[in-house]
Write a protein that binds this ligand. Structure first.
Ligand code: FUB
Length: 311
């Protein structure tokens, strides 16, 4: 009887969809992944959702660093950066990214400043992708000082071009912003610009370069790609890091959480889309979980839509 059950299981397994990738952890809720490959290791710097079951707002106090040698088995190295590392910040450890430079690792994060406005962007620095990290500036890198200003100063993504010039992109609510960074990585170099051609940008930009083309993936929430209140991930390409950009389509459909946040990275010859969903047990819009799926390219340099193998 057991053999029959086992055989039936094998048949069902082979006839069914690919096994779900599942979240990188179910021990905590994670969100807003940024991916970084250093040598044989992929690091994911993530947010940490701590809202209570049924909670209706983000509760985010720190960021975790996950690592993997195979993009399948993940180690949670713990909370390596926290709101308390920024003496001028009070809450909202939202979506950030780590960028290497000159043997250091710079972690750009949006936080809720202590009375200096709503969301500002700070930067921490460490000697390894795991830190320890300390506030690199002692104050915000980006702040307009205006409470509740729109677009919000959130979701920084940093990209360093082959010539060594680094760029930071950030923003929300149809307002994408970009600027050059000085070689010290903790000061803007020149004016803040609004890149042209980024269709329906909502938040969560992720910038990278492949075969000489610049790619900008981002969360959009228009009716052409998602239900009201949900995000999809669109992307655009450009031949210059500051644009103008040409919209190329949707690379990830909406997920089970209202928000989504992409990181696209090549690791050991395979490209991945890293994102979050509400699919973990007990999950929700404020109890999200980071997951990843393989990403494939067309010969013309466009991305195929990612097949989600997890809820
Ligand atoms: O996690 C808080 C905010 O939700 C992030 O900054 C956005 O990208 C969205 O995921």
């Amino acid at each position: 009887f057991l053999a029959v059950i086992a055989a039936l299981g094998l048949v069902l397994a082979s006839a069914g969809p690919a096994p779900a990738a599942g979240p990188i952890t179910t021990a905590i809720y994670t969100a807003d992944p940024a991916a970084l490959v250093v040598g044989d290791t992929m690091y994911l710097h993530t947010g940490h959702d701590e809202a209570a079951p049924g909670g209706t707002n983000f509760v985010m106090r720190d960021w975790h660093v996950f690592s993997s040698g195979d993009a399948t088995t993940w180690t949670d190295n713990g909370a390596k950066l926290s709101i308390s590392n920024f003496g001028w910040a009070g809450a909202d450890a939202w979506a950030g990214e780590v960028e290497p430079r000159n043997g250091k690792y710079y972690w750009y994060v949006p936080v809720n400043g202590n009375g200096a406005g709503w969301m500002d962007i700070g930067v921490a620095v460490g000697d390894t992708p795991l830190g320890p990290f300390t506030d690199a500036k002692g104050g915000p890198l980006i702040s307009d000082g205006t409470p509740n200003s729109s677009p919000l100063n959130i979701d920084p993504t940093v990209f360093t071009d082959d010539d060594g010039q680094a760029y930071i992109y950030w923003g929300s609510y149809y307002g994408l912003r970009a600027a050059k960074l000085k070689p010290d990585m903790v000061n803007l170099d020149g004016p803040v610009v609004t890149p042209a051609g980024v269709t329906n940008f909502w938040e969560a930009p992720w910038m990278f370069k492949r075969n000489g083309t610049y790619y900008l993936a981002y969360a959009a929430n228009d009716s052409g790609c998602s239900q009201p209140g949900y995000a999809c991930i669109r992307y655009a390409t450009a031949s210059n890091p500051l644009g103008p950009w040409t919209h190329r389509g949707v690379v990830l459909d909406q997920v089970t959480s209202t928000t989504n946040h992409p990181a696209i990275v090549e690791f050991k010859g395979q490209w991945y889309m890293v994102y979050h969903t509400a699919g973990a047990p007990g999950g929700g819009n404020f109890r999200r979980s980071v997951t990843l799926d393989k990403l494939y390219w067309n010969a013309d340099g466009t991305m195929r839509k990612v097949v989600q193998t997890t809820g």
